[in-house]
Design a protein around this ligand. Structure first.
Ligand SMILES: Cc1ncc(COP(=O)(O)O)c(C=O)c1O
Length: 401
C-alpha cells in the first residue's frame, strides 16, 4: 500500500471565514454572551430567509424537534410518525415528549418518505384509536418530500406536521413556489446548525412557525416554561416577578453562537449555490459509472439544498441485497484508502437496538432496506473544488472496476 499523499476529503465540513471570526470576537468584547440582541437578530434573519413568520433559535436541532413535539401537544399515550431513514433525533423527539414513534418506509430512489406507507401507517393507527398527534416528514439530503400530500394525510386525522428541515435550509419545492421551512404545508419546521449543515453556529437549531400560539409555547418551553409577560401572569409581586407556567428546559442558544450564525447566513445563498454546482458536476461525471453507481433522484419541482450527495452502489441484476451491501462496504473501504471519507446516511431507525428493544421497530420497510444496502454519501461541502469532485469520481471508478 502506497503512502496516501492527497488531502483528506470528509463527507462534509464547515466553511468559516475572517468575517465569521470577527463577528464572534466583537460579540466577546461586548456586553452580551447569552440571550442578547444577536439571538433576536439571528431569528429575524432566519424567518426572513425561510419565509416563516417566527423563528425560535435553540441549543441544537434535537432540542428544536423536542420543543416542536411539546408545542404540538405530544404526551404520554400519543403516537407520532416519521420515516425510518433519518437521523434518530426525528423519532427520539416523540419519545422525549412521552409519545410512541411509529415509522414508515421510504422510496429507495429518493430516500424520502413513501406516501403509501405513511397512509397505511396513519390509517392503522387511526383504526386502533391512536391516530398520530404529529407527522415528522424529513427533507432527507436537502430534498423536500410531497408536503402537500403529507399535510392532507395529517389533516385527515387532526395531526400536526413538523417538517424536519435540518438538511434543507435553502431548498424550494412546488416548482420554486415554496421554501423549505416556510410553513406552506407544515405547522412547524426544525433546522440544525451543526457544522456539516448549510450554515453553522457550532451547535444550534431553530423551530420555524407561522402560528402565534405555537410560537409563544416554543418561547416559554425554551426557557424552563417561564414567562414574564404581564398579561399572562396569575399574580404580580413586582418588576422582578416571573412565573413557570409549564415544564420547560434550558434549550437557549447564546449570542456568541448567533453572531456566528448571522455572519454565516450572509453566505447562505452562495453556500447553497456551490453545493448545487458540485452536485451537478457529480451527476454529470457519474454518468459513465451508471451501471455501478446512481445518484438519488430529486423529486419533480424540488430544488434540493444538497446537504448530502448520496449515491446508491449497485450490484449485478438479480443478486440479493447482501451483494449490494458487500459491494458498498468494499467501495467505502477503497475510498477510505484514497483518503476520501464517505459516510452512510442513515442506518434505518427500525433496526436500532434501542427501538427494537422497546418494540418500536415494528413494520415492513423493504424500500428502506433496499436504500440502506447501497447508500453512500460522497464528500460535499462549499469549500470543495471541482478537482476534488473529479478525484472522488476517479476513486469511485477504480473502486467499482
Ligand atoms: C435529519 C436530522 N434531524 C435532526 C438532527 C438533529 O440536529 P442536531 O445535531 O443539531 O441536534 C439532525 C442532525 O444531525 C438531522 O440530520
Amino acid at each position: 500500500m502506497g503512502v496516501v499523499s492527497e488531502k483528506p476529503l470528509p463527507y462534509g465540513r464547515q466553511l468559516i471565514d475572517e468575517a465569521d471570526i470577527d463577528a464572534v470576537v466583537s460579540t466577546l468584547r461586548g456586553d452580551w454572551l447569552t440571550q442578547g440582541p444577536k439571538v433576536a437578530a439571528f431569528e429575524d434573519r432566519l424567518a426572513e430567509l425561510t419565509g416563516s413568520k417566527h423563528a425560535v433559535a435553540v441549543a441544537n436541532g434535537t432540542a428544536a424537534l423536542h420543543l416542536a413535539c411539546l408545542a404540538a401537544g405530544v404526551g404520554p399515550g400519543d403516537t407520532g410518525v416519521t420515516s425510518t431513514i433519518t437521523f434518530v433525533a426525528s423519532a427520539n423527539c416523540i419519545r422525549y415528549a412521552g409519545g410512541r414513534p411509529l415509522l414508515c418506509d421510504v422510496d429507495p430512489e429518493t430516500a424520502l418518505l413513501d406516501l403509501a406507507s405513511l397512509r397505511a401507517r396513519v390509517a392503522a393507527l387511526a383504526a386502533r384509536g391512536t391516530p398520530p398527534k404529529v407527522i415528522v416528514p424529513v427533507d432527507m439530503t436537502g430534498a423536500v418530500p410531497d408536503l402537500r400530500a403529507v399535510r392532507e394525510i395529517a389533516d385527515s386525522v387532526g395531526a400536526l406536521v413538523i417538517e424536519d428541515a435540518a438538511h434543507a435550509l435553502g431548498a424550494t419545492y412546488g416548482g420554486g413556489r415554496y421554501r423549505a421551512g416556510g410553513g406552506a404545508h407544515a405547522q412547524m419546521a426544525t433546522l440544525s446548525f451543526h457544522p456539516v449543515k448549510h450554515i453553522t453556529t457550532g451547535e444550534g437549531g431553530a423551530v420555524l412557525t407561522n402560528d402565534d400560539a405555537l410560537h409563544r409555547e416554543l418561547l416559554d418551553r425554551r426557557t424552563h416554561g417561564i414567562t414574564k409577560d404581564p398579561s399572562r401572569l396569575r399574580r404580580n409581586d413586582g418588576p422582578w416577578y416571573h412565573e413557570q407556567q409549564s415544564l420547560g428546559f434550558n434549550y437557549r442558544i447564546s449570542d456568541l453562537q448567533c453572531a456566528l450564525g448571522l455572519s454565516q447566513l450572509e453566505k447562505l445563498p452562495r453556500f447553497v449555490e456551490r453545493r448545487r454546482e458540485l452536485a451537478a458536476l457529480y451527476d454529470r461525471e457519474l454518468g459513465r459509472l451508471s451501471e455501478h453507481v446512481s445518484p438519488l433522484r430529486v423529486p419533480e419541482g424540488c430544488s434540493s439544498a444538497y446537504h448530502l450527495y448520496v449515491v446508491r452502489i449497485r450490484a449485478a441484476e438479480g443478486l440479493p441485497l447482501s451483494a449490494t451491501a458487500e459491494r458498498r462496504l468494499s467501495v467505502y473501504t477503497k475510498l477510505r484508502e484514497a483518503n476520501i471519507h464517505p459516510q452512510v446516511h442513515y442506518i434505518p431507525v427500525h433496526t436500532q437496538p434501542d427501538f427494537v428493544d422497546h418494540g418500536l421497530g415494528e413494520g415492513d420497510f423493504p424500500g428502506a432496506e433496499r436504500y440502506y444496502a447501497g447508500a453512500l454519501s460522497l464528500p460535499l461541502f462549499p469549500a470543495m473544488t471541482d478537482d476534488d469532485v473529479l478525484r472522488v469520481v476517479e476513486a469511485l471508478a477504480a473502486a467499482v472496476r
